[in-house]
Design a binder for this molecule. Structure first.
Ligand code: SF4
Ligand code: FE
Length: 519
């Protein structure tokens, strides 16, 4: 398949737009790893160009985490694959357009399971949530404007399903001066924008920040990051770009303690096999052929897109309850190794951790269970409950982390290195003084401390804590959405009615029937 442009593109670029086929399509984690090799991406990390990200010790754990999504689909297809009417077969759930309430709920169940298996961000939900939000937005935009984005999108999704690709949804712009709109910035490139429009496509420029899993993706889909004004047409752009495009540069985000992955041994990493990934993407005047454009200038659809995407993505953060399960397990296990498993205050703290963790999950699941069909036929989850879920995520993992450190003790932060454990002079002394309960190997105890460190201070604290705070929108963004959905007038009418301030009227009776959060 070739793009419908008459433009002279260098052959290596034209090839990318021809929707490369992976033969055979990606099925296992191993196939996925193979699909990432030899792509010659422009990736920079620690000041140097990375020749092969798959083999880079600092990047590889993030690739392993995505690979786990493929392996889960093979091991538990009922959980991690789903029926697609587009492909007319089951596809990876991360690429499915939800066709029922149950489909939306199962996304959450899969996310929790993957969080339990990896203890980190497995990066694939952004694309899932972007496709599902775009599905209804393109449909409604076409109905309003006579555009043809929906058919293009369906075709692109079907292709991604057939090849079983990883899609990075790229929303967050650099934003510059936050008090100014995109069109008011001193530098207009601080929001991704169209710099040239032609019948066969557009040229876009700008950058996207904090992009989860972008280097591990096959395509990225750029989207506007906020509500736009009518005069901000150039910023109303949604387009898919192959990650291999030479106009893209990726600059890797540092993670706390990341260079431990470059040291000998695995103990000090805490979770040596899995990690998340965030990078900055620079988009340097990339021409996108028309068939990969899913919004182009229709500014009024930016806000619905952002709202629907964030509604999906904010309840996707139940992923963190899977990490919470790991952390609760680590806290309980280290308490056992320390000989205090039966202390009442330890049991009390573990109950508190579980309560907080399940509170996150409850709100996320409730949001998914309250999904409703859109005009396009897919299912959209409840916005208010999704925002409550994510708002809980901005707080509770921090408390879980505090409790895990409380239970474990100070060795979480003062443990000598693996090198000292194996050193012939210091090793025997450490093994004598780092003993816990009888019968527990010292190394097991050390590994548990390192895992708790990893999740609460180290590499995976990026995903478990800071990403919980800012991913899918910072806390204030959720408070704004919660305030919008609050409907105080309706609640005040309920109070006035019961307090006998106002006799029941048809209007207050109607309000008393319609006050459920999702109504
Ligand atoms: Fe998925 Fe969670 Fe990572 Fe977002 S933070 S991509 S929801 S695993
Ligand atoms: Fe995220």
């Amino acid at each position: 398949m070739t793009p419908s442009t008459t433009r002279e593109l260098p052959p290596e670029v034209a090839r990318l737009w021809a929707k490369p086929r992976y033969a055979p399509p990606i099925r296992s984690g191993e196939d996925y790893l193979a699909s990432l090799r030899g792509r010659d991406l422009r990736v920079y990390l620690l000041g140097e160009r990375v020749r092969e990200p798959v083999d880079h010790p600092l990047i590889r754990p993030s690739i392993n985490a995505v690979a786990a999504t493929y392996d889960l689909a093979l091991a538990q297809p009922e959980l991690a694959t789903a029926w697609s009417s587009l492909a007319n077969r089951r596809v990876n759930r991360f690429l499915q357009i939800a066709e029922s309430v149950e489909d939306v709920v199962l996304q959450n169940k899969m996310q929790r399971r993957l969080g339990q298996l990896t203890g980190t961000c497995f990066q694939r939900c952004v694309g899932m949530d972007a496709f599902n939000a775009l599905y209804s937005v393109t449909y409604e935009c076409d109905a309003a404007h006579g555009t043809s984005y929906h058919a293009r999108l369906r075709e692109f999704i079907r292709y991604c399903q057939e090849e079983n690709l990883v899609i990075g949804g790229a929303m967050t712009d650099p934003k510059g001066d936050r008090s100014k709109a995109p069109s008011e910035q001193e530098d207009p490139d601080l929001y991704v924008r169209v710099v040239e429009r032609a019948p066969d496509g557009v040229v876009i420029r700008g950058a996207k920040m904090h992009q989860t899993g972008c280097i591990n993706s096959h395509w990225i889909v750029v989207m506007p990051t906020l509500r736009l004004r009518p005069e901000e047409r150039d910023y109303a752009i949604v387009a898919a770009i192959p990650v291999e495009h030479p106009g893209l540069t990726f600059i890797y985000g540092r993670q706390s303690c990341d260079t431990r992955a470059l040291e000998a041994g695995t103990i000090d990493q805490g979770n040596a096999f899995y990690a998340g990934q965030e990078a900055m993407i620079i988009i340097d005047d990339v021409f996108v052929p028309a068939e990969f454009i899913f919004l182009n200038g229709e500014t009024e659809w930016a806000a619905p897109l952002v709202e629907r995407f964030t509604a999906f993505h904010r309840r996707s953060y139940v992923c963190k309850t899977g990490l919470g399960d790991v952390l609760i397990g680590a806290a309980a296990q280290i308490a056992d190794y320390n000989g205090v498993a039966n202390a009442s205050h330890i049991r009390e703290k573990l109950v508190e951790m579980a309560h907080l963790n399940e509170t996150i999950y409850g709100a996320g699941l409730a949001s998914s269970y309250e999904s409703r069909p859109t005009a396009a036929g897919n299912y959209q989850n409840d916005d208010l409950l999704a925002n409550v879920c994510k708002h809980n995520v901005t707080r509770f993992p921090f408390e879980l982390a505090r409790l895990a450190q409380d239970i474990a003790g100070a060795l979480v932060a003062t443990m000598p290195s693996e090198g000292d454990l194996t050193n012939p002079e210091t090793g025997p002394v450490l093994r004598k003084y780092l003993k816990g309960r009888a019968g527990v190997p010292v190394e097991h105890r050390v590994r548990l401390f390192r895992l708790i460190e990893n999740m609460t201070l180290g590499r995976n604290a990026v995903g478990y804590l800071t990403e919980s705070m800012h991913g899918a929108g910072s806390p204030q963004a959720q408070r704004i959405q919660i305030q919008r959905a609050l409907n105080l007038e309706e609640k005040k009418a309920l109070a006035r009615r019961l307090a006998g301030i106002e006799p029941p009227t048809p209007a207050s009776e109607e309000a008393s029937r319609g006050c459920l959060p999702s109504a």
